[in-house]
Design a binder for this molecule. Sequence first.
Ligand code: PBG
Length: 350
Amino acid sequence: MTVAPFTDFKNMETRTDVIAPAPIMRKRRLRQNSAFRSLVRENHLSAADFILPIFVEEEASERTPISSLPGIYRETEKTLANAVKEAADGGVKAVILFGVSHHKDACGTDSLHGDGLFARMINRARQASPETLVIADLCFCEYTDHGHCGPLTDKGDVNNDATLENLMIQARVAAEAGAGMVAPSGMMDGMVAAIREGLDDSGFTNIPIMSYATKFASCFYGPFRDAAGCGLGKGNRKTYQMDPANAREAIEEAMQDEAEGADILMVKPGMPYLDILARLRQETNLPLAVYQVSGEYAMIKAAAEKGMLNEQEAMMESLLAFKRAGADIILSYFALEAIKQIRDGYFENA
Ligand code: PBG
């Protein structure tokens, strides 16, 4: 109990001879209605936060639904234009493209040509909606016949430095095709420095690099590998993607990419790695992106389909968690649905 001057309003006098009760902190005061809740809300989502991933399959006659990602399609090169326009109309400012190749080889050479699927889809998206930022995912797993993220050594492991040489070319091809940003996802050592050099040497000094800086060897990519048709022939990605057990190493990985010149750092997957995101927020002043990957999306969709979760609420809560943990940018298959929720007044009514 604290002794405090006490105003007795009934008798209009100030008394110091009584002990006023200690103020009870009632956290519920600011939760009592949506007006208070919106005044004190610390984090929000907005349309500008999102990047929408889009899959593009070559030589397909019509867009096909992806069974492991309900609501998401493999677009054809023709329907891609529509998909990008629809995204823009829905408020999406940026898209990231993934190719489903029918011309695979040991090195992923199709993605190194100005007329391969990789370049064509960037170009088409760019033409469809010039104001949309088209981001190129730089990797080879969608274009190699073995499914790994670069050419292999004799022992069957990904050849790091040979992959860097190819990434320099792939980055230039992306920029020439009209990509506004490149996003290397292969977890090769030195990839950011190599790509920066490749871009700068070909005059693309203004193209930023959003590095998949800390990408874990995760089972949550399962549905993506179906979607992009890039399952592994042999082995796994544990020799290049990170061990899910390691947090300190994740920070080291990200700081290395910052030192090499990355403009944006990404953490991937999202929900199981919020601790990494929050920690990284303390370590860097660069913008941070997070990828809510295919398995995270599929889990929410599947639980909702079974009536176990409210899909819209689970979606918004999971996305908001990324902002709370420190993300500036969210890559999510939910981008369009989330923007719709936001526009329909989600935060006003929350
Ligand atoms: C690799 C890449 C992957 C994803 C994005 N880029 C797959 C992988 O590393 O196996 C996964 C995205 C997702 O699961 O939604 N180029």
